[in-house]
Structures are given as C-alpha cells and as structure tokens.
Write a protein that binds this ligand. Structure first.
Ligand code: URP
Ligand code: ZN
Ligand code: ZN
Length: 462
C-alpha cells in the first residue's frame, strides 16, 4: 500500500519546509517539493495536507498499560491505549515492565509482550524494571537486553514495593553500564516519603491534598542527586523520568555539569496542572494524585523554559490510568492508598500544542524534538522512528493547528471515568495519523487495525 501526503508543512527538529512525502512498503521513499503523479502507484492513499503541519509520529517514552500496582490493575489494555495514543498522534509507545519483586524478570518480559502482541495498533517497546537484583538473576537481564529491550527502569520510590536497596541499585547500574543500556529512574527518596506519610496519616491528615506534602520537592531532588552520584561513580547513562520541579531539574543539570550523562524527562501533567488540582474538595483531588506530585505553579515555567532550552529532553505522559469511581476510592481512608497516576496518553501532544506552541511558549521544532525525536535518539529507535527522512518508517501525523475543540471524557479512548483536562479548550488536532504507511486515526477517531503494532527490537546504544 502506497501513501502520498501532498503539500504539507513538514516539521522536524532541523527542518521546516513545504513539500510532498511518498511512502511504499511502510517506509518513506520520496520527499520532494512536488512528486509527479506518474510516480505514484495506482490505488495509493492520497492525503491533501495544504495548510496543515506534517510531523514524524509522536513517541511516548513512558507509559503504563499492563500495571499491577497499589493493590489493583491499571484500567487500559493495548487496545484502548493504542486507540487513545493514535487519536492523539502518538504512534510509538514505550511501556514500563513493572513486575513484582517475587517475579522472574524473563517471565515478566514474556507476560508484558503477550499483553501487547494481539492488541497493539501502535508500534511499541519496553523499559525493563529492575525491582530486585540478585546474582542468580543477572543472566535474565542480559537475555532481555539481547531480546531487544535496551533500557532498564529503577525506582528509588515506593518503599516495600518497587524500590531497590542501594546495594542492588549499584549492581543494577553497573550491569547497565557493562551492557551499554541506559537506566531510566523514578527519583524520590523512598524512606523519607514513608516517614512523612506515616506522620501525616497519624495526625489525621488523610485526604488527597496531603499527598504532595508527603513527597516535597527536596525529596525528589535528593533522589535525582543520589542516582546521579551512582551514575558518576559507574559511568552509567541515566534518564530521570517525570522530573516535576525546579530543585530536581537543578540537581540533574548540576550533575550534567560534573560530566554525568543524564537526560531529563518531564511529563505533561506537571507542565499544565498544579498542586491545587489535588486539593479539590469532596475527594476529587484523588483524580490528580500521581508521583512525584503536582507542584506549585512556578515550577511549570521552569519546565517550559527547560524544554525551550532543550535542557529537558522529552515530554512523556507517565500514562497510568485508574478509575475515579472505584479504584481511586481505595484511598478514601488514607491518601497513601490512592492508586497513583493521571491518564494523558491521548491528550499529551494536543496539550503541548495548546499550552506550549499556541500559547507562544514553545516552537514547533522544539515540540517535535521533545515529543518524538529525542525519545527515538535516546532509546535506539532513530532514524527508523522520530524523524521524516528517506528510509524512516512512514509514521506521520498530519496536524491541523487551526482545529478548536474541548478535551473531554467522551472524546477519550482510555478506559477511565474521568478526564483530568475536562472542559479545557483544545487548540490543534491530528487530522491523519499513519503507522508504517497505513492510516490508523482520522480527526480524533481510531480507524486502524488492532494487532498491527509491532514490537521494536532495540540495540544497546549507551
Ligand atoms: O503516579 C505515577 N507516576 N504512577 C505510575 C507509577 C510511576 O511512578 O511511574
Ligand atoms: Zn514513577
Ligand atoms: Zn511511570
């Protein structure tokens, strides 16, 4: 099946020009000011993109789809998450494999793959969480890397559930260095959070508004500093996920100045939502409980400026969907039991466009870099993904910057019963989204094929 996109304004981090893109056999074969109709295969899908932007398919490098967590399971599967992602212009997902401490890593990898294979309509890959590191399972992580999962995930948070002891963290980061894989990390000091949680709950401070007080910015900055110390000692390349506040960004940039190979991810909720959302009355704040928590508004400026200067490399979502009606209610008695997460996989790109580009905070090229290209480069997907060039996969987003609409639960594919951005004005929308040359979404609707998504095998690049 051939695909021709005519007359679009083509945007990559380094280019901005108007032209045609032609794809055959799933890859881009021509990019020219005007492609002669004689060169177009009969029956090719032709998309008129005059007045529209054409972006490389967006990549979300941090999502949770199958996620046993805090006594429940995240509400999406690959079908609903793919539809949501594609409706919002995201064509590749990188999911965190998050096994329990008792699970065997290879078995966990197989489980996560088996969840994705039949249902994915986006292309996908994984970060492999190391939630336990013992000598006798070391070979399993080697096998997983050999099978194409070239990045680890570690948690410095979630005491007693996902976090590693320092001894295990050091050993896992050493293995990552030896294998040439990058370590993605949730950086918050688990012991400090545990102590703060206990004292808040003991004082009767049990509502969702107290979640943020149990993990203040210094707790996150401490986690970043700690991870970077190990990275400095070992030479491991590290990627701090969901960096939410000025002290944490500063800790990472200080480490970078010392020569640490550290990259910063921030996630869309932290750019556009502040701590007051988690303070909403009648337990509504529970919809906005995630970790690290939503912060004071001033931090949002730091994040937008960090994107503009490219100090912050990526905007992800940390999509972690839990229903308000039952799952978030598990924490009615104590905020410590509210499943953490704010679903955003469908809204991410449109929020960056609405609150970043249309608000004059960010250029289009920086948007593409942060939402697609940097993730591809950091995680070994480039130039197959993350750009528009000859030989790249024809993952393309024809984007209408003039579209005006409203974010809503009704317009969203995620299987939750609320939208964190309900009623907000949406400026811009993907008109057409292709994955390897096939149209998978149009005007916010999934029109593709479930199960067409492919596992992306990645080589170590660090
Ligand atoms: O609140 C969050 N972030 N939930 C998902 C788990 C994680 O920490 O990434
Ligand atoms: Zn996390
Ligand atoms: Zn996460």
């Amino acid at each position: 099946m051939a695909l021709l996109i005519r007359d679009g304004r083509i945007i990559t981090p380094t280019e901005d020009f108007t032209g045609d893109i032609y794809a055959e056999n799933e890859t881009i074969t021509r990019i020219e000011p005007h492609i002669d109709a004689k060169l177009v295969a009969p029956g090719a899908e032709v998309i008129e993109a005059r007045g529209k932007l054409v972006f490389p398919g967006f990549i979300d490098p941090h999502v949770h789809i199958y996620l046993p967590f805090m006594g429940t399971y995240a509400a999406d599967d690959y079908e609903s998450a793919s539809k949501a992602a594609l409706a919002g212009g995201t064509t590749t997902l990188i999911e965190m494999i998050c096994p329990g401490a008792a699970d065997e890593p290879v078995a966990a990898f197989e489980t996560w793959k088996s969840k994705a294979e039949p249902l994915a309509a986006v292309d996908y890959t994984f970060h492999m969480s190391v939630v336990r590191f013992e000598e006798h399972i070391r070979h399993q992580f080697r096998e997983i890397v050999k099978a194409g999962v070239a990045s680890f995930k570690v948690f410095l948070a979630y005491k007693g559930a996902l976090n590693l002891s320092d001894e295990q963290l050091f050993a896992a980061m050493k293995l990552a260095k030896d294998l040439g894989v990058i370590v993605t990390a949730h950086c918050e000091n688990a012991d400090a959070i545990d102590a703060l949680q206990q004292s808040l709950v003991a004082a009767g401070k049990t509502g969702p508004e107290w979640h943020g007080r149990s993990r203040p910015p210094v707790v996150e900055a401490d986690g970043v500093h700690h991870l970077c110390t190990f990275a400095e000692l070992l030479g491991t390349h590290v990627y701090i996920v969901h960096t939410s506040c000025e002290p944490a960004v500063r800790a990472a940039l200080d480490a970078r100045k010392r020569g640490v190979n550290v990259w910063i991810e921030s996630v869309i909720p932290h750019f556009v939502l502040d701590e007051t959302f988690a303070e909403r009355p009648a337990f509504e704040g529970a919809k906005y409980v995630m970790s690290p928590p939503l912060r004071a508004k001033a931090n949002q400026t730091v994040l937008w400026n960090g994107l503009k200067s490219r100090d912050i490399s990526t905007v992800a979502t940390d999509h972690a969907p839990f229903r308000f009606g039952d799952q978030k209610q598990m924490g009615r008695d104590a905020f410590t039991k509210i499943p953490n997460g704010i679903p955003s996989v469908q809204e991410r790109v449109d929020l960056v466009h609405t609150c970043g580009v249309a608000a004059g905070r960010l250029g289009l090229q920086a948007m593409v870099d942060a939402c697609s290209t940097q993730a591809a480069k950091l995680f070994g997907l480039y130039p197959k993904k993350g750009t528009i060039q000859l030989g790249s996969d024809a993952d393309l987003v024809v984007y209408d910057p003039g579209y005006r609409g409203t974010f809503s639960k009704e317009g969203s594919y995620s299987r939750v019963d609320y939208n964190a951005y309900e009623g907000w004005e949406q400026k811009g929308r993907a008109s057409v989204v292709t994955v390897r040359g096939q149209v998978q979404a149009r005007d916010g609707e999934f029109v593709g094929t479930i199960g067409r998504g492919q596992f992306l095998k990645r080589e170590p690049t660090h």
